[in-house]
Design a protein around this ligand. Structure first.
Ligand code: PHB
Length: 550
């Protein structure tokens, strides 16, 4: 089957209604950039209010959505679904490093995109941050006629795929936000496709955005099928189309040749082991969640998506049933529903995920920063412990606050995101310093004067070094009145997927509120749980997207 034709007709009796409705709610949330009131969702989906409540409750139970007051908000854990597609298609893992190398060599943005029934979808981005340029996010969809990869993919279209494209060219809600609106570039699409076929590369001369130019080449698998396209993206302030072509095309050709070799290489004997599978859903599901009935068939249907992954790209029904702990008949109905909606494709007896899975909030969530990911967890922590909580990162030998949820003010200075303090005298700073490799820690503190900020501040470099070693082992720092008299704080690290400390969380309080020992006993477990939740979100979000810490 052509990669562009994935949605197929399934007899209505076979589709799982709650799964269809749950996916509709997720799509509406994604289209609204991640947040929408429940009553808006009722209007947008045409579903009954009670249905939207049940769907939102179920998605919240799965950790895919948060319900904040009247709003439903997409949660980073939802990226598990897109991660399942990206790891099963292997393109970012296999070709990402080559794309990154090309971006470094040319000092221009480079992206990898795949064909999607609705257009062109990005699966990897190696952006160069520049004032003038807009870059798309992983999961973003562009109309085929409005970007360089589209003309390449269209060279392989059948007449029915052209028909599908012409039909799609009625206004589409997903593209309305694009500069120029929907409908640009359509007349020139067929000739640009013909030119792309002849030359083997294609150009975007400001089709999507004034000033934005791109050149793209297809990457083919061993059978000659175009699996993706690599684009070099620049701006008219730096290049004309001609100068971009002259500069980028030779290296782009080399990168594509290397990419094709990588794809043609036989999969290594020790192919990636199946990833941790989702918890089997065979255990009885909670029927009552926050007063809302839990819709088991929705949760099960979404679990089917996460059965796929690295080394599990194409699965027979039996494997999906086994991985999810679902009965064969249940897994089959979920797969047929997902196939009907275009999230799963089937060849013979094997099922695989399609790039459309990325439509489920991936682009929006991949743009979240670490403070944005952490904030809801800090709010929960503050509700639990009734003291202020903060997140900070290390810049030089200072900490910089990136998120703060206050209760009452206990410091004489007002701390807002952006506030800096010397790292050596704060719990956040000590955790961050303790997380550095020994040499880097020494370099940051070398020659640093440890000024006494209160009469308790540790000012001896040797004593500080000993404290940092102990903090590294213990996994937390308690600092008593060293930054300001009367201020006590307790901090823990936040680690990325590789185990590097990228931020720290703390709770701070007036020293009279708890003894140091009570602070440790009462707050450390809650703080550690919060850090674990932030890390779980960060790890899901950071699997393929680059999550900024500030
Ligand atoms: C991008 O990666 O942002 C990109 C790629 C190709 C285009 C336009 C934008 O034609």
């Amino acid at each position: 089957m052509s990669p562009l034709c994935t949605a197929t007709t399934t007899p209505p009796g076979e589709t799982v209604g709650p799964l269809v409705r749950g996916l509709a709610v997720l799509r509406e949330l994604a289209a609204a950039d991640g947040r929408r009131s429940l009553s808006d969702l009722v209007r947008a989906t045409g579903l009954a209010r009670s249905t939207v409540d049940r769907v939102a409750g179920t998605l919240a139970h799965s950790g895919y959505v948060r319900v904040e007051g009247r709003d439903a908000v997409l949660a980073p854990r939802l990226m598990e679904l897109g991660n399942a597609y990206l790891s099963s298609c292997r393109l970012p893992d296999l070709l990402g490093p080559a794309a990154d190398g090309l971006a470094d060599g040319l000092d221009e943005s480079v992206s990898i995109a795949v064909p999607d029934p609705d257009g062109v979808r990005f699966v990897h981005q190696a952006p160069r941050r520049r004032a003038m340029s807009l870059t798309f996010r992983i999961g973003d969809l562009l109309p085929a006629e409005r970007c360089a990869p589209g003309a390449l993919f269209a060279t392989g279209w059948s007449e029915s795929e052209w028909e599908h494209w012409r039909h799609r060219r009625t206004p589409d809600a997903r593209f309305r936000a694009l500069p120029h609106g929907d409908g640009e570039g359509a007349e020139s699409f067929a000739p640009r496709t013909a030119a792309a076929r002849e030359r083997g590369w294609s150009v975007d001369d400001q089709l999507i955005e004034p000033g934005l130019i791109a050149i793209a080449m297809p990457v083919r698998d061993a059978t000659g099928r175009q699996v993706c396209a690599i684009s070099v993206v620049s701006h008219t302030s730096r290049h004309s189309v001609r100068s971009l072509r002259e500069r980028a095309l030779p290296r782009l050709r080399e990168t594509v040749a290397a990419a094709q070799d990588i794809l043609a290489a036989p999969a290594p004997q020790d192919a990636p082991r199946p990833e941790a599978l989702p918890p089997a859903l065979s255990a009885p599901a909670p029927k009552q969640e926050a007063g809302v009935r839990f819709v088991e068939s929705l949760a099960r249907g979404l679990a089917v998506l996460t059965a796929f992954g690295a080394g599990r790209a194409q699965l027979p029904l039996t494997a999906v049933a086994e991985a999810t702990g679902l009965a064969r008949a249940t897994a089959r109905r979920a797969l047929l529903t997902l196939r009907h909606l275009g999230y799963v494709a089937q060849e013979d007896t094997l099922f695989r995920l399609t790039p459309r899975v990325l439509e489920l909030g991936f682009a929006h969530l991949s743009g979240l920063t670490l403070p944005e990911i952490a904030r809801p967890h800090l709010v929960e922590l503050v509700e639990r412990v009734h003291d202020s909580a903060s997140m900070a990162v290390l810049t030089g030998d200072e900490i910089q606050y990136v998120a703060r949820v206050p209760t009452v003010r206990v410091m004489s200075v007002d701390i807002t995101p952006g506030t800096r303090f010397p790292a050596y005298a704060t719990s956040l700073g000590r955790v961050l310093l303790a997380g550095l490799p020994g040499e880097e820690r020494a370099a940051r503190l070398a020659g640093k004067e440890l000024r006494p900020l209160t009469r308790h501040t540790v000012t001896s470099a040797d004593r500080l070094a000993g404290l940092l070693d102990r903090i590294g082992h213990a996994g937390y720092a308690l600092v008593d009145e060293e930054l300001e008299e009367g201020l006590r704080s307790l901090a823990v690290p936040v680690r990325d997927r590789k185990g590097h400390v990228v931020a720290a969380l703390n709770v701070s309080m007036h020293a009279s509120r708890r003894t140091a020992e009570n602070a440790r006993r009462e707050l450390l477990p809650a703080l550690r749980e919060t850090a674990a939740r932030v890390e779980a979100d960060l790890h899901a979000a950071g699997r393929y997207a680059r999550i900024r810490t500030v």
